[in-house]
Design a protein around this ligand. Sequence first.
Ligand code: NAD
Ligand code: G3P
Length: 344
Amino acid sequence: MMKISVIGGGSWGTALANHLAIKGYAPVKVLVINEKYLKEINEKHTNENYLPGVKLNKNVIATMNYEEIIEADLIILSVPSHEMRNVIKTLKKYLGEKKPILVSTTKGIEEGTHMRMSQVIISELGEEWVERLAVLSGPTHAEEVSRQLPSSCVVAAKKKELAELVQDIFMSPTLRVYINPDIIGVELGGALKNIIALAAGIADGLGYGDNTKAALITRGLTEIARLGVAMGAKMMTFAGLSGLGDLVVTCASMHSRNRRFGILIGQGKTLEEATKEVKQVAEGVRTCRAVYEMTRDMDLELPIITQCYKVLFEGKDPEIGVSELMTRGAKHEIEEVARDDFEW
Ligand SMILES: NC(=O)c1ccc[n+]([C@@H]2O[C@H](COP(=O)([O-])OP(=O)(O)OC[C@H]3O[C@@H](n4cnc5c(N)ncnc54)[C@H](O)[C@@H]3O)[C@@H](O)[C@H]2O)c1
Ligand SMILES: O=P(O)(O)OC[C@H](O)CO
């Protein structure tokens, strides 16, 4: 059986390690950066800060040692996007000649470079790693996967054989895994939905209703697809698990850190206050800034993302932001590129 390890002992890394340990992989080593979590996972088999109330499989073993992590045939990356480059730089030092499969589960875009996570990884490790790298994304809150509630996700990789191998490793009666060759679309779906989840949370915080939420989800998906296609993704990927699927779960669930962050902003809290209160990583905040900067000079209409940026980073009153979204010029619902069957 393959040896598996995980870098990032937060909610998602721990939930995935537990999932694979339940499937029979043993041990699944998880890199943590704090003695407290090391002791708690190895002695009590819990990670209360990140997965309250969840009893972990005894084969989930925490370590603070990269030497143990690189012994694996497959390494899962579950760190915040702003830490990915540092993590890969460190990993590279330990890898030497080893070439494990890497599975990125991080949903974000790097600020400054505007790279997707797989691009960050390849830029540090080199092009020869493209065929060793897969991306896993989809509507999978750690709180539910760790309780084995039926969930589904998607794996993208350059080579079909690698996507199928990773599919087989993660697939279980409670986690159904699909494959998709569109790495760009799968990564962007997971990263961009976080911005729309912030916007949905802001609308909730303002006291708006389900109609508002549905409008944000639907028109948010249009923006995700518009930007995604401009960046080389395939349109249909956004109708899948890493697009619509993850967007729905994140905008609707109180598990979502991004949605909870947005609610606090809608209630009038500052960026700093919301960051302190949510504690764990709300990826949409950095991703919103990265996307705003990346697209500022592009001829792309991204009204929800733009208003979200202005509310988060320019102190704009969110009610004014919503009002400006509502009072833009009248529009056709369907994108120009797909309008052939929709003209009068
Ligand atoms: N939580 C979920 O339900 C979920 C589901 C799917 C994908 N994701 C994605 O997975 C990524 C991680 O999310 P999370 O929910 O686990 O976040 P989290 O805040 O719960 O945990 C992040 C973990 O990364 C660790 N970490 C930070 N810097 C590190 C470093 N340099 N080296 C090693 N570890 C480091 C932290 O100590 C923490 O344990 C995010 O991109 C998120 O979008 C999360
Ligand atoms: O808690 P969030 O908002 O980071 O969402 C977690 C996952 O991306 C849901 O699939």
